[in-house]
Ligand binder design. Structure first.
Ligand SMILES: NC(=O)c1ccc[n+]([C@@H]2O[C@H](COP(=O)([O-])OP(=O)(O)OC[C@H]3O[C@@H](n4cnc5c(N)ncnc54)[C@H](OP(=O)(O)O)[C@@H]3O)[C@@H](O)[C@H]2O)c1
Length: 242
């Protein structure tokens, strides 16, 4: 396995103080060249500029995780050196089942589960060529539990988790470590703080999950030796009821 020029892809990158961007910062800081992928070029460019300012190496790739040709060309761009592939896409899609459009439900599944399949499949092709690698998925409370008002999101996140587990068992023998991080609660990042300030205030600093702690969980999985792999790490605050 060539590790001369290790590369990482993080798909699902938003604002700099969000989980996707902070994953990019961490792995660029560890010396990987990071392909920073998402749908909005300006946001991605800002993350890349900040990584470069800090001395790291990164590039922007505009890619919709649900579009098969785009996902294929994203992974091809990393070439033979793809060591780490992170699927962080997963917008929450609230709504009650009895008044939900079929297309809304299907779209939730496309974003949370189908995109994870496309990305994982392409990463497996690349990693089989090089003899191994790491594919990590971001989960949520929704990955583990159904809740009223969140049926579309819960079912698609849970499906992603089980697909990742199947992949872990199918490709472990090829040296491909597939992992899943359950983020069980609100993240103390730009999304919740800016878009839901009242909710953030209600939870308080201790009631939201620290981003660095989540990033540590990804790094923990990434650095595990082949003879001591975990499939899953869950992260929550001490105040979470679960
Ligand atoms: N935020 C929370 O409190 C929380 C809690 C538990 C779990 N999580 C999980 O954490 C992950 C992300 O966290 P986050 O929501 O806080 O956001 P984030 O990591 O800051 O950014 C994720 C970004 O993914 C991009 N994205 C959305 N759909 C995409 C698509 N089809 N293709 C490519 N990129 C896409 C969006 O940017 P563009 O719109 O610019 O593409 C979004 O900003 C998700 O898996 C989520 O389920 C979040």
């Amino acid at each position: 396995m060539s590790n001369a020029n290790p590369k990482a892809i993080v798909i699902g990158v938003g604002p700099d103080r969000g989980l996707g961007a902070q994953l990019c910062h961490r792995f660029a800081g560890e010396g990987l060249h990071v392909l920073v992928a998402g749908r909005t070029k300006e946001t991605l460019d800002e993350v890349v500029a900040n990584i470069q300012k800090a001395g790291g190496s990164a590039e922007t790739v505009v890619c919709d995780a649900t579009d098969e040709p785009s996902v294929r060309s994203l992974v091809e761009r990393a070439g033979d050196d793809l060591d780490l592939a992170i699927y962080n896409v997963g917008n929450n899609t609230p709504g009650r089942i009895d008044d939900m459009d079929a297309s809304y439900f299907e779209n939730a599944w496309r974003i949370c589960c189908f995109g994870g399949f496309l990305f994982g499949r392409e990463a497996i092709h690349a990693m089989k060529q090089r003899g191994g690698g790491h594919i990590l998925y971001t989960g949520a409370s929704a990955s583990m539990r159904g809740r009223p008002g969140f049926g579309a999101f819960n079912s698609s996140k849970a499906a992603l988790r089980i697909m990742a587990m199947a992949m872990a068992k199918e490709y472990g023998p090829d040296g491909i470590h597939v992992g899943h991080v359950v983020v069980d609660g609100a993240i103390r990042g730009e999304k919740v703080m800016d878009k839901f300030p009242e909710y953030a205030e209600k939870l308080g600093e201790d009631g939201m999950i620290n981003i660095e702690g989540i990033v540590d969980a990804f790094a923990y999985l990434y650095h595990q030796p082949r003879n001591a792999w975990s499939f899953e790490v869950d992260v929550r605050t001490s105040l979470e009821t679960w």
